[in-house]
Ligand binder design. Sequence first.
Ligand SMILES: C[S@@+](CC[C@H](N)C(=O)[O-])C[C@H]1O[C@@H](n2cnc3c(N)ncnc32)[C@H](O)[C@@H]1O
Length: 281
Amino acid sequence: MATGRLVSKTRRIESLPLHLLKRGRIHLLPVYYLARLSRLGSELVSNQGSAEYQDLVYRNQPQGKLLIGKVFDRYLLSFPTARGCRSRLAATQETLEQLLATRNTSNTVILDLGCGYARGLIALNERINSRRNGQVSVYGMDLNDKAIETASARAKEKGLANMAFSSGDALNPGDYPVRSADIVVLNGLAQYLPRDERMLLYRNVHAVLNENGFLLTDYFCNWAKNPVQKWWKGMSEQFLGVRLDWLSKDEVEAMFSELPFRNCRTWYSHDRLCLMILAQK
Ligand SMILES: C[S@@+](CC[C@H](N)C(=O)[O-])C[C@H]1O[C@@H](n2cnc3c(N)ncnc32)[C@H](O)[C@@H]1O
């Protein structure tokens, strides 16, 4: 089993109700229990940043206990953070499809670091496989064993023999399942890291890429615009520990200019909640 730390699992408070009681913030207890009634909210408070959370967001089907749980689930699923994740997934699939369409080499190796359940890659692979059978090899890696089991089972169920999933730490290149790749996908992971570790990760990705290969990644935009959203953002920072390094488009571009990539293109996903980055070696 691979070792390392789940960087997207940011919550450090053991028991949220106890924490709220100790701090005299009893008025927030109903919010906590309301969240627990919703399937997404429940995953959010117990396992923020997990592959399961991400998959529920992609599935986008309200689930929960009682009507109120389902209603709250719908609310969370339409939140900017959830919408941004779905638009990031769509932008990633679209870009991968474009990259694959322009490649005329015999085989393309795609490596997805922190792949989660690989929903997007599996769907894309299913779509392109009938056209490009055998020409793409997809490797997904995640530190969470459940993610690897689920992604493997889903790919197998769909008969996608060109996909392989393994357990490993994205911060440890020794864990990568391949020594070289044409495209590395890195979604929803790097932003959780402090800058020095993030830069190291990008450099490690650069090292594993073949000449002219691409890193396809994203940077989530600061989504809290109105007072309600700002309140929720404050709550998630305080209780779930989600303190991301929010950077503007210019700052992301400046960060990439310090890296050895030769081309870097950035653009917003369709709802402008996610900044997409395509960097070429
Ligand atoms: C927010 S989810 C994103 C999943 C997927 N990339 C997507 O966009 O749907 C973050 C994923 O990164 C994984 N992860 C967190 N820390 C990791 C690490 N150090 N190495 C590999 N995977 C990691 C988590 O298990 C989780 O599946």
